[in-house]
Design a protein around this ligand. Sequence first.
Ligand code: PMP
Length: 426
Amino acid sequence: MPDRSVAELVELDRRHVWHPYGPMPGRREPLVVESASGVRLKLADGSGELVDGMSSWWSAIHGYNHPVLNEAAREQLGRMSHVMFGGLTHEPAVRLAKHLVDMSPEGLEHVFLADSGSVSVEVAVKMCLQYWRSLGRPGKRRLLTWRGGYHGDTWQPMSVCDPEGGMHELWQGVLPRQVFTDPPPAAYEESYAESLRAAIEQHADELAAVIVEPVVQGAGGMRFHSPTYLRVLREACDAHDVLLVFDEIATGFGRTGALFAADHAAVTPDVMCVGKALTGGYLTMAAALCTARVADGISRGEVPVLAHGPTFMGNPLAAAVACASIELLLGQDWLSEVRRVETGLREGLAPAREVPGVKDVRVLGAIGVVQLDRPVDMAAATAASVREGVWLRPFRDLVYTMPPYVTGDEDVARIARAVCAAVREG
Ligand code: PMP
């Protein structure tokens, strides 16, 4: 480690660095990661390595320091790491857009390359509101969503995150006022589907779009639900002139055992957001895809452009790595790998059912969740998982994992053991 000792780094971090959702700087001691390779994070204090049970928040699906992704980055770095995207284009962005259109649900044709998941949701919402303005219906500007959702930390996405007890409760009353329904039950229930249809019909005149996380509500509670609700939404949105947005930022690129969660129901949304695993966790990039209907609608408006153009959109370095990541994923039997991880998690997490206080254990694709009947002691749970040699990030009443797809069977078993230890001790 160059220049500074680990102790100095920790001290400077505590003094100056604000971590995601951290308290004021200085409260917790962060672990310093020196490097990462395969599924392992090497700690700078010499204490060893941790298997990453979080894929760096859903993103590092191929693991770290992957030779193919490294090479793509190196090669693109030698050409051009960035160039403005207004009026100019380049091969990595065009290739990436084509990949995304080819692999995503039929009918999504236009791709806006954003620089983070939250921004791609902002763009998706702008697309929907602008679409209705262009069609002479500016009153359609609210969004309907499920409670318990999470769509990001910028303003519009915050307005559709869980409004109660969620991460953005502080801002209720200041954020745009959206329409919330109960989150869907795990299994299909006709009475719940009926209530969804009724809510969409009731608010149709003011709704620009329904926005949901399909099949898995992630950071808002790690809940799974029947894909049939996606069909219910599609039909109700079509019947009442409302657009449908799927936030696939966490679920995209195979995580749930389908390339996109929408594929479980064979439904095409009007707009779809992707991010996280898009670059295999290497660089910050996300995208909002839309149908020709949405793009044509916008281009017929009084202002016929999508007025969004951050400096780093379409970044060539990120786009080149995203292409390599997608090519790597599609060039292998990714589904077998995800299913293998799924089987390992099912077996390994089964003992958690016997732990007092455990309310539910659920596994879908490469996602494993243990829910307790009380809040987890985050520090104790994290310490237990680190002792087992695994990095996890428990929160609220949940201990959960979404490992890289390349995690070997023994490491999947180790992650499951660490989840069980975190549940027992946290
Ligand atoms: N939507 C979902 C479903 C997410 O899980 C996240 C990230 N946790 C976001 C949006 C926001 O993405 P980002 O953190 O890249 O801004």
